[in-house]
Design a protein around this ligand. Structure first.
Ligand code: TA6
Length: 288
């Protein structure tokens, strides 16, 4: 597919990297985005007037079966490490091949694309539930992601999940995160339950799962503020690996921790969701 439109500056094209890795490129009057079919992974999003909102590792893999380091990995149907160590961290959706379903050129500034993933014999081996998953991505002066899980099985199932957004920042020491004051969180570094006091700043490894999160989160950087609005979610993960963990991370340069922070729109830990047969749950985030 290479589809030019009646809307003069709107382009939606299907492309491949030299190794065959497929992605969809979107350009409209407001923004540009690139979305890999593997993982329905938005790995670039940029409005036409400012630098990229999303961080992408310079050394990221664009290879089948490896998650892209950066952008917005879709962690589903579980967040984190499952008890069975043979199963992949953060679920299989981020490394599965999704189907590109449709596009809607809403107007010259707004393009919506839809991807889907359904259960197969392979997914049933990893997770014994029949599901349909849809990701709606709206590219405009905001980036809107809606991840809809539908239970097409005959018994209920439980999911945890996250839109594991990597934000590009000028320097991690300039970052101030607002909106989680007084919220309880699991500190996954010390494995202690704690409560947030004031804004979140960084001077060491941070890996926290906040609960009872409601309302807008602001990522304040030196010269810009990014707004994050979540729906269908009461948990938010905040992560920066800092020096030592960054050295151990795959597909990250040793000093990459300085230029990124993850603020993840989640249903994690006590915010896990049970979905009954024929019912759906949608996790939505709007970023601008
Ligand atoms: O969301 C935070 C986290 O779970 C960290 O503990 C961290 O290791 C990270 O995600 C990245 O995980 P990945 O599987 O992509 O290497």
């Amino acid at each position: 597919m290479a589809q030019d439109n009646s809307l003069a500056n709107v382009v939606i094209s299907s492309k491949r990297l030299p190794n065959g890795f497929e992605y969809i490129e979107i350009k409209n009057d407001s923004a540009t985005a690139k979305i890999a079919l593997q993982g329905a992974h938005v790995y670039e999003y940029k409005t036409n007037h400012e630098k990229s909102i999303l961080w992408l590792s310079e050394t990221s893999d664009f290879e089948h079966t490896k998650s892209i380091r950066g952008g917005i990995p879709v962690c589903w149907p579980w967040f984190g490490l499952p008890k069975d160590k043979n199963l992949p961290q953060h679920g299989f959706a981020r490394i599965a091949m999704w189907r590109f379903i449709s596009t809607d050129e809403v107007d010259a500034n707004t393009t919506e694309v839809i991807f889907s993933l359904s259960s197969t014999p392979q997914t049933l081996n990893l997770w014994p539930h029949k599901f349909e998953l849809e990701l709606h991505v709206t590219v405009c002066d905001k980036l809107i992601m809606e991840l809809k899980t539908t239970n097409v099985d005959d018994k209920s199932f439980k999911i945890t999940q996250a839109l594991h957004t990597y934000f590009d920042v000028s320097h991690i020491s300039h970052v101030n995160i607002k909106g989680l004051d007084k919220k309880p969180y699991l500190d996954a570094v010390s494995m202690e339950d704690k409560e947030q006091s004031g804004d979140i700043t960084f001077n060491g490894e941070v890996d926290r799962v906040y609960q009872e999160a409601e309302g807008e989160i602001l990522l304040e950087d030196k010269n810009r503020t990014i707004h994050i609005q979540n729906e269908g979610s009461f948990s938010v993960v905040v992560w920066n690996p800092w020096i030592d963990k960054c050295r151990r991370m795959s597909a990250m340069k040793d000093d990459a921790y300085k230029g990124m922070v993850c603020i993840e729109s989640a249903n994690a830990f006590s915010d896990a969701r049970v979905i009954k047969p024929n019912e759906s749950h949608t996790l939505k985030t709007t970023i601008y």
